[in-house]
Design a protein around this ligand. Sequence first.
Ligand SMILES: Nc1ncnc2c1ncn2[C@@H]1O[C@H](COP(=O)(O)OP(=O)(O)O)[C@@H](O)[C@H]1O
Ligand SMILES: [Mg+2]
Length: 338
Amino acid sequence: MSDRDPPGRGETSVGVPGYVLGETLALSSRYHLRRAVRLSDGLPVVIKSLAAEYPSAREVRQLEFEYRMLNKLRAPGVIGVLDRVKVGEREAIVLEAAGGSDLSSLLSGEIPLDLFFTIAVKLASALGYVQAQNVIHKDIKPRNILFDPRSGALKLIDFSISSELSLCHQGVVSVSQLEGTFPYMSPEQTGRMNRDLDYRTDYYSMGVTLFELLTGSLPFTAMIVNAAHAIGDRVGGTDQKGLIRISTRHEDGMVEISVADTGCGIPEAVRDKIFDPFFTTKEVGKGTGQGLFIARSVVVEKHGGTLTFESEVGKGTTFFVRLPACCSKIVTKTGGWC
Ligand SMILES: Nc1ncnc2c1ncn2[C@@H]1O[C@H](COP(=O)(O)OP(=O)(O)O)[C@@H](O)[C@H]1O
Ligand SMILES: [Mg+2]
């Protein structure tokens, strides 16, 4: 799109002084991201503007906050911010145009291990830097991480819901509203645990992100993929079909999610090994042996739930995830621990 194109949803016919607007990269209810070129030196940039014609005070505050955070952070692992402008009447910030694409493009589950570890190390070091600046991102997920395979550069983006911790290294922040993306969100960020939010919430989300990058699915979907594999083992090569039944129920303060399949079942001999890290009965390229190990760590250690199964060889398997349903009230503290 050029600045002379007719305006569409969230778009304006107004240009930005000093820039030539280019194609739209993303348009959501909140933000409009466009490529642009800075006239003074021809530098390619990305302009992130508020999409709503009449944005809420909160949306305006979040964009201002993001500008302030990015200015404060300024590091190779964090997207650079160049300017604050207006697109017509709409507030906007000018961002560095990073190469490559976000990590969602690598979620096929077939990522080469050396690339996985390159990304894992860079992501951990980018988050380590953010943490050292007393900032928590709060929305770490594949879509908020840009990676350029040619230069090897990794950049965190979208600090719109990030928080600044107090000057105290392990300070605490109040959480007044739920923000973030559920599958990647730590239990304390969802408010299900009576625990303050600190930098560890980003490492939790990093763990889920790396899990997804490695296995191609999220911890819960890993169980569904296992069910599909088990059915494939039983009926593969025939014209029979299998069934995966996912049910939920609420009982005694616990929410139970069960994933039942009509697959091959789990032989007695391996039943006490399936939650071990790297234990797999699958051929190379199909299994990593990480699914149940990480699912159990997420369900049992992080959420205080249980993960069990019942299985009959040749008939099928059912996994039961049980999680405490009570929502503890989030405690808001103002002090730190140091
Ligand atoms: N629904 C299931 N039916 C049969 N076997 C299963 C099922 N789920 C898991 N398993 C067994 O547990 C092992 C470990 O599973 P997992 O940790 O997800 O690793 P992976 O799927 O990469 O092998 C699998 O290799 C398989 O032998
Ligand atoms: Mg698996």
